[in-house]
Design a protein around this ligand. Sequence first.
Ligand code: RB5
Length: 149
Amino acid sequence: MSNDTIAIASDHGAVTLKQHLVAFLEAKGLKVLDLGTNGTESVDYPEYGYAMAQAIKDGKASRGILMCGSGIGISIAANRFPEIRAALVTDVTCARLAREHNNANVLCMGGRMIGPDLAEECVDTFLNTAFDQGERHLRRVAMLSNPPG
Ligand code: RB5
């Protein structure tokens, strides 16, 4: 289990931001698992959301960063897996609360919605904020893995 590894993936709508963040993470000495895409050719965002979910399920990374143009489609894709708590964020407060209240294991952003400096701040916050293990948060997060039906 590579607990230090951060997986990252995007579709073509956020490939520039992904490349920026790969360099940002590597400059910090973090291990990065880049799941693509690596070009501007149009691709299907569910493929990358599912690849992220599988990498986390398989223990290849402890946390992930997912991006598409809006961040919406790829977050929906990842959240179809009960092991994934993917949070679409637009600011640092959302990134902090995603960790403190939701124990999010995947940070989602929109490459057409957020600039590189703010994205870096969101990533730093996501990686450096602990889950607030209060009873109510533990209970609610456990419920997310066990939807009714
Ligand atoms: C691709 O054009 C775009 O639809 C995708 O990146 C994303 O925004 C979907 O939610």
